[in-house]
Design a protein around this ligand. Sequence first.
Ligand code: NAP
Length: 328
Amino acid sequence: MPRAFITGITGQDGQHLAEFLHAKGYEVFGMVKGQNNPKFTAMRDEFPYVEPVPGDLADLPSLVKALDFAQPDEVYNLGAISFVALSFNQAELTANITGLGVLRMLEAVRMVGGAQHNPIRFYQASSSEMFGKVRETPQTERTPFHPRSPYGCAKVFGHDIVVNYRESYGLYACSGILFNHEGPRRGLEFVTRKVTNSVARIKLGLQQEIVMGDLEPQRDWGYAGDYVRAMWLMLQQDQPDDYVVATGETHSIRELLDRAFAEIGVDDWAPYVRQDPKFFRPAEVDLLIGDSSKARERLGWKPEVDFPALVKMMVAHDLEVEAARLNR
Ligand code: NAP
C-alpha cells in the first residue's frame, strides 16, 4: 500500500487529495497543527481513514518527526497561509509559513529520505499569484514571476527553493503552478465561496447584501477535484518537473456574480451588491489565464468541470447547507 503524507489536510485541497488518494489505495497521513484543531475534529467523520500526525510548518523538528512516523512514499506540501488579503496584514507570518515552510519541509524530506531504491517524492503547491503583474498572456511555466502580494512573494521563494533542491540534491521534487481552483470546500473568506454562500443566504432571506471589493479582476477558475488529480500525476512521472495547471479560460468577478445570481433567478444583482474600499487589495492582480499545454500533453491531464458548472455546484451546495442550518 503506497503511503502519502499531506500538509494542509484541513484545507480545501487537502480534503480533495485525501479522498482521491484513498480511492487509489493509499494510506493517507495528514499533518494537523495546534493542540486541538477544530477544523480537523470537524472533518474526522468524513475522513476516518486519514491518520493525523502533529506538526507545524514553522517547526522543523516537528516535520522530521512527522515524516519519520509516516514513512511516506509521497509528500504533498499544501499547508500555507493561503489568503492573499491576510498576507498583506501578516506578511512576516506568511513569509515564514508559506515561504520558509517549504524549505523546512524539503530539509525534513532530505533528513528522512525514504528507502534508497524508493526516495520520497515531493509536491509543492505553487500558485498563479506568482505571475502577479503578468509579463505575458497566457502564462506558462516559462513566464517570469512578478508577485503582487506577500503571499505571491512567499510562493516564489517556495517555488525557487524546490527547483534549487531538485538541482542541488537530486530530490524528486515538483511544483504545480496551480491557477485558482474552487469548490464547495473552499473557505468562506475566498471570493468565489463568499459570493456563492451569500447568494444562497440572500435567496433564503438570511442576508440582505454582499459587500465586495474590486469586481474587475479576472481569474482562471477551475474545480479543486480536477486539480488534485494533476498533483498526483506529477509524482508518477519518470522525471520531476514543474507544471502549470489551469483551464485556459478567464472570468471577472463581475461574471462570477452574474452566474451565481442567475442560479437563484436574479438577473439584476446591483441592489444586492455594495463595494467597500476595505476589500480592495493594496496591489491587485488584474488578469490571470494559464496555458496548461505541458500538463495536458505530458500528464494527460485536463479539467472536467467548467466555470458555469463550478458556480452551479457551489451555489447548490450552499443552498443545501444554509437551508439545513435554517431548519435545525
Ligand atoms: P486552504 O484551504 O487555505 O488550506 C491551507 C492549509 O494550510 C490548512 O489546512 C491550514 O491548516 C494549513 N496551515 C496553515 N498554517 C500552517 C502551519 N503553520 N503549519 C501547517 N499547516 C498550516 O488552502 P487550499 O485552497 O487547500 O490550497 C492548498 C495549497 O495550494 C496552499 O498552499 C495554497 O496556497 C495553494 N494554492 C491554492 C490555490 C487555490 O486556488 N485553492 C491556487 C494555487 C495554490 P489549519 O486549517 O489548521 O489552519
